[in-house]
Design a protein around this ligand. Structure first.
Ligand code: SAH
Length: 464
């Protein structure tokens, strides 16, 4: 191991930063965050750096570096673009046995800055010993996505009970078991979901000896339109901790793959007989599984609250007192539009956009056709394939021009995405000609011409 990671308590300690530019500013910000008293020395000091130093109780010395600047300092940073000056600062510091960091010159350093994930009081440091700082930063970025920002609050909760738990369990093994249960069970779940008061209540119960009663929980999670890259961090985290997953037809296999390996998977889309599991049975299943203490993931295509019947499911959960979380997802309209190069609104073409169900209950009468025909609005039809001939006919009949640009996007955002553009009058013919099938989104409006204008082509997203 080239460098030993240690965490340095700098609160109230004097730290010398030699340099007055952008790099010195970056390092100074970190040091100020850690409570250091800065001494910045440079012939020229940028305004932002000056403000930072003065605002955090430090001092700015506007002149060239002198060895005496090291006096009283517990850490030295050389952040100038003058290599010989950096080397000078390094050797002065080393002679005095004071730790020194020279930015971008590992050979001159006795200490180096790691890439940091800050979930204070939880802090993770990653270092490549200066050999591959970009790699260390990439690993940090991965950790950032895995470790939700609320982890800091979880550590804070533990800190508040630490002494009490130590008093309760003098034996270190017992203490470890206690905290493992806290960090892997319902208490952590609540805290990470932002329900700090409930987490604290459960922890108090646990400290008082009662096994905390917690039924399972249901996570109603939007899986987005297909591309796994469009999942949210929170969705991914819950997918990896759920015990059982209920998913339907719209959830892409690549997304299902990201669920915890040993989680039980229950398909509630179309069954063999081609009938979807009735909604009330799904609701009941969610309630039953949660009552068994399971963490249940209800994974839905797109966003659970947009034509996803998510509202009905949580109503049932609420009626049974089952805790739940709802995680929004990218809805098909946003995903498909972005991946097909069709901005849903545009100053020159559309001032509003409507998401409409194309699932017509009683033929022609149940959509407010008159409201849908204004020229500067974009219409997005979900589930619109079967009713498409009626939709097109009614829109034209109520006054939307037959030439209005329109698009069909099949399996948007996936590697099988297909996009066809034409006019409103043309749509039914296009469906037949290209054998378009579900899931397909229909976009009607002048914004569709932007796809041509932007010279969009399939795969444009993956090339970005
Ligand atoms: N809750 C989902 C919508 C469910 S309704 C969401 O927010 O996206 C189902 C309809 O959504 C499908 O009939 C289709 O019109 C549309 N849809 C969902 N995913 C799609 C995709 N990847 N490509 C095209 N249309 C999609």
């Amino acid at each position: 191991m080239e460098f030993l990671p240690l965490f340095h308590n700098l609160r109230g300690s004097r730290v010398l930063v030699v340099g007055g530019g952008e790099i010195a500013l970056r390092k100074s910000r970190l040091l100020a965050d850690a409570g250091a008293l800065l001494r910045v020395v440079a012939p020229q000091v940028e305004d932002q750096l000056r403000e930072l130093v003065q605002g955090s109780g430090g001092e700015v010395i506007v002149r060239g570096y002198q060895e005496a600047d090291l006096d009283g300092c517990t850490l030295i940073i050389a952040a100038t673009d003058d290599e010989s000056l950096n080397a000078q600062v390094s050797s002065d510091a080393k002679r005095r046995c004071v730790p020194v960091n020279v930015v971008d010159a590992p050979a001159l350093c006795s200490v180096i800055f790691p890439a940091i994930v800050d979930r204070s009081p939880l802090v993770i440091a990653v270092s490549s010993g200066g050999d591959a700082p970009v790699l260390a930063r990439l690993i940090r970025a991965k950790l950032e996505t895995w470790i939700p920002s609320t982890y800091g609050q979880l550590a804070g909760l533990a800190a508040r009970f630490r002494a009490q738990v130590k008093g309760l369990y003098p034996d270190v093994q017992q203490r470890r078991a206690f905290w493992e249960e806290v960090f892997q069970g319902p208490i952590a779940d609540r805290q990470l979901a932002g329900q700090g008061d409930e987490a604290e209540r459960l922890l108090i119960e646990k400290v008082n000896g009662a096994p905390p009663y917690a039924p399972g929980e249901v996570y109603l999670v939007g899986a987005g339109p297909g591309d796994p890259d469009l999942l949210t961090f929170r969705a991914l985290r819950l997918m990896q901790q759920a015990d059982v997953v209920l998913y339907d037809r719209l959830v892409a296999p690549a997304i299902l793959e990201l669920c915890r390996r040993d989680a039980e998977r229950v398909y509630v889309g179309k069954r063999r007989a081609d009938h979807a599991v009735p909604q009330d049975q799904i609701n009941q299943q969610l309630v039953d599984l949660a009552k068994q203490g399971k963490r249940v993931l209800r994974l839905k295509g797109g966003d659970p609250f947009i034509f996803g019947r998510g509202g009905e499911e949580i109503e049932e959960l609420a009626a049974h007192g089952i805790p739940f979380q709802v995680v929004p997802g990218i809805t098909a309209a946003s995903g498909c539009a972005a991946y097909a190069g069709i901005p849903l609104t545009h100053r020159d073409y559309a001032q509003s956009v409507r998401f409409i169900t194309g699932h017509l209950k009683d033929g022609t009468s149940d959509l407010p056709w008159r409201d849908l025909v204004g020229p500067s609005q974009t219409l997005v039809f979900y589930m619109g394939l079967i009713g498409l001939p009626i939709i097109c006919e009614q829109l034209i009949k109520h006054g939307r021009s037959a030439d209005t640009p329109a698009a069909l996007i099949q399996q948007g955002t996936t590697s099988n995405q297909r996009v066809f553009t034409g006019t409103l009058a043309d749509l039914p013919r296009m469906v037949a000609e290209h054998e378009v099938h579900a899931p397909t989104l229909v976009i009607v409006g002048e914004v569709v011409v932007l796809r041509e204008k932007l010279k969009w082509f399939e795969g444009a997203q993956s090339q970005v």
